[in-house]
Design a protein around this ligand. Structure first.
Ligand code: NIG
Ligand code: FE
Length: 412
């Protein structure tokens, strides 16, 4: 099946050569072709150019995009999309004055989600996750990273990762799985964190690696969760089994986790709502990308990641949803892109770069995703008729999307 999209008002993120990552000032530049066409064949972008140069391409379907913008689909490099039920009661409790920390301290939070997930059968977990996945695809997400971490037992972590694997097989979007075994200390190990770490290192990591259920290893490096020493142990064990490190770090406290991530050659360090000069220095000249999660800051009312400081220090920044039941019950990348501009003072160009090319880098797929490049995967968003691409970030909360094409297939 081939599709020719014609009369595109603005074709965004056009790159003749594939670009792996954008750092600092490079993030300001978003290449645009006006009055353009794109031709896709099966799952691949085959050609693009100016309408003036379009001659005789035969296609099975022609889409007239007069007045519309076309851009690559979003690459959401950080989600916990597979989870059981919801935590709406904690949301109300927070409105009534409890903090995220208070809720976790009384046994809620991640442990609440873990209890729900442990008690849910795999089929129901799959069905609930698929509902969310279909929604984010309609919202323009064409590649997604999904973490485990609400299992906290060997069986329940494997259950989560099998659900991710099933999603990967069934849906056209690109899926990358992460083992987030050290997400919280289970109740049974409340006074025996090392006992739990032993399960993570001796049982979970080997089991997951053996079944090739994850590509990445993640840890929640935070006070009350996992220390630098714990994080170091888990990342080391993960690497020994071929898993690539990523970390949840500096969400509430900064104590050296970013530098530890860089030492471990982490692909990404995520959250960074609290950031020190040492963290910035550690990231400079590393291959580790900073991932900001503005919807999480919005929902919890915590600081936003200082993206300007990072960009000015020539550090690459990606943005992602963090879709999860506790801190971000939204997988809408359009909101993330807009919030990055409104709250983190990223320019529309920087935010779109952060959600496409840099998002792809943060999930290790920028060779084929994140830009309009010949040979890349045919993952495209076609907007409704809007004045210009900046409208995507300016008119927040509106649905600007008309069609989404993922792997050459139109999303219903
Ligand atoms: O990325 N911070 C750690 N993990 C998730 C939220 C976990 C939860 O509250 O369920 C996050 O925000
Ligand atoms: Fe997260």
């Amino acid at each position: 099946m081939s599709i020719l999209i014609i009369n595109i008002k603005e074709l965004l993120q056009v790159r003749e050569e594939n670009v792996a990552i954008l750092k600092g000032a490079e993030m300001k530049i978003l290449p645009i072709l006006k009055n353009a066409y794109v031709f896709i064949d099966h799952d691949t972008i085959v050609d693009y150019g100016s309408m003036d140069d379009l001659i005789g391409i035969d296609a099975d379907e022609i889409i007239d995009a007069t007045g519309k913008i076309v851009l690559p689909t979003w690459c959401d490099s950080h989600t916990h999309l597979v989870y059981a039920g919801n935590r709406v009661q904690e949301f109300v409790d927070r409105i009534n004055g409890l903090s995220y920390e208070d809720i976790a301290n009384r046994g809620g939070g991640i442990l609440n989600s873990a209890a729900k997930l442990q008690n849910m059968d795999e089929e129901t977990l799959y069905q609930q996750s698929v509902e969310r996945l279909k929604e984010v695809m309609k919202q323009g997400t064409g590649a997604i990273e999904i973490k485990s971490g609400y299992g906290l037992t060997v069986d329940a972590e494997l259950k989560m990762l099998r659900v991710i694997k099933r999603i990967k097989k069934k849906f056209p979007l690109k899926v990358r799985a992460t083992l987030l075994a050290a997400h919280a200390i289970p109740k049974e190990y409340k006074n025996d964190k090392n006992g739990f770490l032993k399960v993570v290192i001796d049982e979970m990591i080997p089991a997951v690696a053996k079944e090739r259920l994850a590509k990445y290893i993640d840890v929640f490096c935070e006070k009350g969760y996992f220390s630098l020493e714990d994080t170091d142990k888990v990342l080391t064990a993960g690497k020994a089994h071929g898993l690539i490190p990523k970390i949840h770090v500096n969400q509430f406290n900064a104590f050296g986790g970013v530098a530890l991530g860089v030492i471990h050659n982490a692909l990404s360090v995520d959250h960074l709502e609290v950031l020190t000069q040492e963290d910035i220095s550690a990231l400079q000249d590393s291959d580790t990308i900073a991932v900001a999660l503005p919807s999480c800051s919005y929902f919890l009312g915590i600081p936003y990641t200082p993206a300007r400081q990072l960009i000015e220090a020539n550090i690459p920044v990606a943005i992602a949803t963090d879709y999860n039941p506790g801190s971000t019950p939204s997988g809408n990348m359009n909101f993330v892109v807009s919030a990055a501009c409104i709250k983190m003072k990223m320019t529309p160009e920087e935010a779109i770069n952060a959600a496409t090319i840099n998002g792809a880098y943060a999930m290790g797929i920028s060779k084929q995703y994140g830009s309009i490049t010949k040979g890349n995967k045919a993952n495209l968003i076609i907007t409704k008729a809007i004045p210009s691409y900046t409208h995507l970030t300016y008119a927040f909360g509106e649905n600007h999307i008309d069609k989404v094409i993922i792997n050459g297939i139109e999303v219903e």
